[in-house]
Design a binder for this molecule. Structure first.
Ligand code: 16G
Length: 245
């Protein structure tokens, strides 16, 4: 990061030139995942830029997730995640998706139990008066990389014993003859808030995908109402389109 290097960055505001220099160093492999970046003071001394400008250039890379800042220990190149291509037309579970890829599954439980339902759960699940909701909230990881936060809600009638779900929810449902056969899924963009970003090990504000799934039994009865947050940098959702009739 020498002053000369800036002459080759194509001009523009100084903080953007620094942004480009660091991004190129990451893209070319000169900076590797996990490498630490010089401190703000050192970068300013190396480049001749002011600390304010350095801070702005680095902040952009933190916001886009290419750099990670850890309080007290500095700024690092973010670990590289391999994008997972996921077909959108198949009703599969997280465990099945990862098994098909030959990857491991780890789940970190945040909450699991029966609760009084929130209004949106009553609506989505068609709960009766006084019926409780089983909530399963967990961070789903694969090969050690956190990929999604899943918050599943099921009626007490479908899942009376949420504590009994230790690994795959769909395997438990299958065992009870309640495996969903159809689902409606909605995907929208979301910037991860500080709490969810921490659970996923990424910077607050980076791009995420909010996925809502309502799945059904052959009878049309709702099985689950699941709201998930997927890491935007780890997923690539693909769907096959056919010519409209
Ligand atoms: C998937 C589903 C989720 C379901 C879970 C069960 C999406 C967006 N979500 O992650 O609705 O509850 O699988 O996984 O695809 P499990 O059987 O591994 O617990």
């Amino acid at each position: 990061f020498t002053p000369e290097a800036f002459e080759e960055t194509g001009g523009g505001p100084l903080y953007l030139q620094l942004h480009r220099l660091i991004a190129e160093a990451i893209a070319s492999g000169r900076l590797q995942p996990g490498d630490s970046l010089p401190s703000e003071r050192e970068l300013a001394a190396m480049t001749g830029l002011s600390r304010v400008t350095v801070r702005k250039g680095v902040a952009e890379l933190v916001a886009s997730g290419q750099l990670v800042q850890r309080r007290g220990s500095g700024t690092f190149v973010a670990p590289r995640v391999e994008k997972l291509e996921q077909a959108l037309s198949l009703l599969t579970s997280f465990t099945e998706d990862m098994a098909r890829r030959g990857r491991s599954v780890e789940s970190r439980w945040i909450a699991r139990g029966l609760h009084a339902p929130a209004p949106e759960e009553v609506m989505a699940l068609g709960l009766g008066v006084g019926e409780k909701v089983a909530r399963l909230e967990r961070v789903r990881s694969s090969d050690g990389v956190p990929l999604a936060i899943e918050r599943a809600s099921l009626s007490q009638a479908i899942l009376p014993d949420p504590e009994g779900v230790t690994d795959s929810l769909y395997a438990v449902l299958q065992g009870r003859g309640l495996r969903p056969v159809r689902a409606v899924q909605r995907i929208s963009a979301a910037n991860l808030n500080a709490k969810d970003a921490e659970l996923l090990g990424v910077n607050p504000g980076v791009a995420g995908l909010r996925i809502e799934r309502i799945s059904y039994l052959p009878s049309g009865k709702v099985v689950e109402f699941t709201r998930s947050l997927y890491r935007g940098d780890a997923y690539d959702f693909a769907v096959e389109l056919k010519l409209a009739p």
